[in-house]
Design a protein around this ligand. Sequence first.
Ligand code: RP5
Length: 278
Amino acid sequence: MLKNVLAMPLHLKCRSPLYPRSTVQRFPVPDDKVAWNTEFIEYKPPTYTSPSIQGQPWADPEIGRANFSPKWNTLDGKVNRESYMGLYNIVNGYPLNPVGRTGICGRGVLGRWGPNHAADPVVTRWKNTAKDIDKKPILQFIAIKRRDTGEWALPGGMVDPGEKVGATAIREFQEEALNSLEASECEKQVMKEKLDNFFSSGIEIYSGYVDDPRNTDNAWMETVAYNFHDESGSIVSSLNLQAGDDAVGVQWVDITSDINLYASHKDIVNRVLIKHTS
Ligand code: RP5
């Protein structure tokens, strides 16, 4: 039994035929061949590492390079190579996706071999006002529209080396949903005074694997998601929502059974919904 995987059956989005931002087709992996311990003799996935990540300061070098001796399954200097899912296997020098086959080897567009750590903020409020007391309460969260896929998503992002995951969630929220990267020092100070207390009340909702379309057999996304809930709605009502960084849209979204979100974000917001309604 795998630990720290959301409700998705095995993984699905990282088996869709076309690898993101490329023309590379994944080797088809049926559901019953995802698990590594199921024999799949015909399995011949292509190897792909995007030229866009090669030589980037935030990305690992190729495995086998003399200057690269990663310490798997542990904190490697400031880079966290530990998985929330427990120990992952290393085969012929390459870390193996703990959920199973994805139809592609290499790193694709991900910077790190093995786990790529992210953080996701789920900022919530009730949609209904006191006047709507007889209606079923609807929980809303702040979603951003991703520039790369055009899908609605949590305003999360990658953990910088040495950064605390909780700090990443708050920083990413401010960059993507409040456009803090383009705010003046004075605006940042106002934002800080308004939100410091609110952000200190975050509750961890999930830590583990993400069924991200960028995952490969040797590199995958993991996240820690935090819920920042404003029961009265008075704090979040003063937020000036403005898309920034990698986001091209931002808005409040009702958490309903038919929402469609990037990667496994729907499962994460559902966890938050259950927490507030059960
Ligand atoms: C997802 O990718 C995570 O849940 C997080 O939301 C996001 C981080 O990647 P970038 O948005 O920085 O591309 O797997």
